[in-house]
Design a protein around this ligand. Structure first.
Ligand SMILES: NC(=O)C1=CN([C@@H]2O[C@H](COP(=O)(O)OP(=O)(O)OC[C@H]3O[C@@H](n4cnc5c(N)ncnc54)[C@H](OP(=O)(O)O)[C@@H]3O)[C@@H](O)[C@H]2O)C=CC1
Ligand SMILES: Nc1nc(=O)c2c([nH]1)NC[C@@H]1CN(c3ccc(C(=O)N[C@@H](CCC(=O)O)C(=O)O)cc3)C=[N+]21
Length: 304
């Protein structure tokens, strides 16, 4: 990409996740076309258990994006009271189905189903979320494996601002398995000095003030204010919080965008930042999984 495109995609301080995700999706679409010409039709299976309205919206968005880039999809909607056995046997069927290249089980699962047991049942090479322990382990060792979509999307956004993150101090707020921990691993791999902050950390505000790069993945609306940041920090806001404001429901991040804008070098908006990137990276992972399953790519997720 030339520097002019780079400037357009990161106009002013706002890192345009929608525009950058469109670019990722067009790269994916092109490669999907090449695979199709060789008779391979990348296919993503999405499993949704229960009727959580937010999950339904996310799944719908994922299926729309898949269709746009030429990735086939199969949907499995199971009732909330589905037993773990039924879910595990569906995963087994999808594992064995050579036409299915990627399997995504939407989280959270209803209470009573052991999330780890379910994620571990997915064949690592079809684990397009990058949540299986063999992919998690591979990531922490710096091997080339399927990586969790949200953190890899955040890295792509950061690289839009700086091609080289080496030596920067990155502070990640939140240590979940799906965002905070893998985010820290990727930043470390990119040669950042990494601080991982969580609810038991002492003096979180001072820790945040040390950040050249701040990644917020907490789930607390607009928690991070201007006086928490170093001047010129780069801020990636993963949080998606639905709040009532002036009688209307709207989405806000974990960072108070309007409050911090003057102080930062660059920042992702919510919506239109990390969210669209997550879906684009899911498509990219599905493509990579299909390539690997047809021996066209050397990612090292096991069972390949
Ligand atoms: N844009 C996207 O694509 C995605 C967005 N999200 C959004 O990102 C946010 C985080 O998601 P997720 O990681 O799944 O959330 P979790 O609830 O699993 O994790 C939240 C983390 O934040 C920490 N935390 C909570 N309160 C505080 C506090 N006051 N100070 C410091 N740390 C705190 C928790 O600490 P502890 O471990 O000690 O409890 C925990 O590690 C949510 O808003 C979610 O909706 C999530 C996935 C994808
Ligand atoms: N197995 C699994 N994998 C996931 O990747 C996964 C999951 N479960 N469970 C829930 C979280 C959340 N998540 C989002 C994806 C896209 C947007 C997204 O596109 N957001 C839009 C706004 C969408 C809206 O308007 O509601 C945006 O930020 O611009 C948000 C959140 C993936 N997750």
């Amino acid at each position: 990409m030339n520097s002019q495109t780079q400037a357009i995609l990161a106009t002013d301080k706002r890192i345009d996740g929608k525009a950058i995700s469109a670019q990722v999706l067009s790269e994916v679409a092109e490669q999907v076309g090449q695979l199709q010409a060789q008779g391979v039709h990348p296919c993503l299976a999405v499993v949704l258990v229960g009727d959580d309205p937010a999950s339904q919206v996310y799944v719908k968005n994922k299926l729309l994006r898949a269709a746009e880039v030429g990735i086939l999809s199969v949907e499995h909607y199971l009732p909330a009271q589905t037993s773990a056995e039924t879910l595990l046997s569906l995963i087994e069927t999808l594992n064995e189905d050579a036409k299915v290249h990627g399997i995504l089980v939407q989280l959270p699962l209803p209470q009573g189903i052991d999330e780890i047991q379910v994620l571990e049942a997915i064949k690592p090479i079809k684990d397009v979320d990058g949540f299986h322990s063999s992919n998690v382990g591979g990531l922490s060792q710096g091997r080339s494996v399927l990586q969790p979509c949200t953190p890899s999307g955040c890295m792509r956004l950061l690289n839009q601002v700086r091609a080289d993150l080496s030596g920067m101090h990155a502070v990640v707020v939140g240590r979940s398995n799906i965002v905070g921990k893998p985010m820290a691993a990727l930043l470390l791999q990119a040669n950042c000095t990494v601080t991982l902050v969580h609810s038991k950390s002492r003096d979180i505000k001072s820790l945040c003030q040390m950040a050249d790069i701040l990644v917020a993945a907490v789930g607390r609306p607009e928690m991070i204010k201007q006086d928490w940041l170093k001047p010129g920090a780069i801020v990636i806001d993963v949080g998606i919080n639905r709040v009532e404001k002036e009688g209307r429901s709207r989405l806000v991040g974990d960072v108070d965008y309007a409050d911090v804008l003057d102080k930062v070098e660059a920042i992702t908006p919510v919506p239109g930042g990390v969210g669209p990137m997550t879906i684009a990276m899911l498509m990219s992972n599905t493509l990579a999984a299909a390539q690997k399953q047809h021996k066209l790519l050397s990612i090292s997720a096991i069972d390949g």
